[in-house]
Design a protein around this ligand. Structure first.
Ligand code: PBG
Length: 324
């Protein structure tokens, strides 16, 4: 005789609903969007179909649609013209920077949303690196000074949370200090804590045209083979005052998400990166898999691993699916 039949708890949709342990909802989701200077521009990212570089006028409409679907948090990335890039990423804190002006405009149109920035040199750097390049080396401490100016400019523009994605040592503490000194003690920090030197960032770099001009990012982003480094980075970010600890990429690093969740009390964010999303889109286009089933399962896996914040290019699509 079989005493325990786990299948009894699966016999109907209602019972399956009763025992369901995890659910993804709009309040878990962050939608990354790309902003380009100009007007009336909606240019599709070839390696990430369904995602666009938006000019501000059209982005405001896109954001409104997302807000109506319940999505209230966005990460904004700038697509910067090559002629505005230089080795010290000066445009990143230029008062005329279209990205900074857009932050102010978006927050005045939609004051209740949470807007997250990107703090790193690569969108503005002629070298395509997240830090300052000197004689082929990505120099740490001089980069911090540049990131500090960038963070203050963004805080001044009205950003809710800054997102340092650069992986320089000591940056969370440094940014916290300069923000506080400038009076921005309420501006949060979502740190890219465990950011791996991943092969899955390709479509993002296409979107920004920001691939490194020489070398790779392995002297600052982490080795995919390592777990302990993620714990070290998390300890530092926690201590230095980060408000969120992020793991990036997400799906290939679910073990890291779980590990941080079990060892830290700060909220864990996971970045379901461009290449991870592109794989699913490609399989759907080939007719091999269907987005309407792969996307919910994928986002659920990230949630189940322990992320309370899921950054994904499927945020809008997922909420549209739920409305069907
Ligand atoms: C760079 C940055 C990258 C991403 C977010 N911020 C790319 C990189 O580190 O080269 C990737 C996001 C994605 O692939 O979706 N500061």
């Amino acid at each position: 005789m079989i005493q325990n039949r786990p299948r009894r708890n699966r016999v109907s949709a209602t019972i399956r609903g009763l025992i369901r342990e995890n659910e993804v909802g709009a309040s878990d989701l962050v939608y990354p969007v790309f902003l380009i200077d100009g007007s009336n521009i909606k240019s599709e990212i070839a390696s990430l179909p369904g995602n666009y570089r938006w000019s501000l006028d059209l982005l405001l409409i896109e954001l409104k649609e997302c807000i109506e679907l319940g999505i209230n948090t966005f990460i904004l990335f700038p697509v910067v013209e090559e002629s505005l890039k230089n080795s010290t990423a000066d445009y990143g804190f230029d008062p005329n920077n279209f990205y900074l002006k857009a932050i102010t405009k978006i927050k005045s149109e939609y004051p209740d949303i949470c807007l997250i920035s990107d703090v790193a040199m690569d969108p503005y750097s002629s070298d395509g690196h997240d830090g300052l390049v000197e004689n082929g080396e990505i120099v740490n401490d001089k980069t911090l000074l540049i990131l500090g100016k960038m963070a203050i400019a963004q805080a001044k523009a009205g950003i809710d949370i800054i997102g340092p994605s650069d992986m320089m040592d000591g940056r969370v503490g440094y940014l916290r200090e300069v923000l506080d000194e400038a009076g921005y003690y309420n501006t949060g920090i979502m740190s890219y804590t465990a950011k791996y030197a991943s092969a899955f960032y390709g479509p993002f770099r296409d979107a920004l045209d920001s691939a490194p001009k020489s070398g790779d990012k392995k002297t600052y982003q982490m080795d995919p083979a390592n777990v302990n480094e993620a714990l070290i980075e998390a300890e530092l970010d926690d201590y230095e005052g980060a408000d969120f600890l992020m793991v990036k990429p997400a799906v290939h690093y679910l073990d890291i998400i779980l590990n941080l969740k079990q060892n830290f009390h700060k909220p864990i964010a996971a970045y379901h990166v461009s290449g991870e999303c592109a794989m699913l889109i490609a399989a759907d286009q080939k007719g091999w898999l269907k987005l309407e089933t792969t996307v919910p399962e994928t986002l659920l896996s990230i949630k189940r691993a322990g992320a309370s914040v899921i950054i994904t290019y499927f945020a809008k699509y997922f909420m549209e699916l739920r409305k069907r």
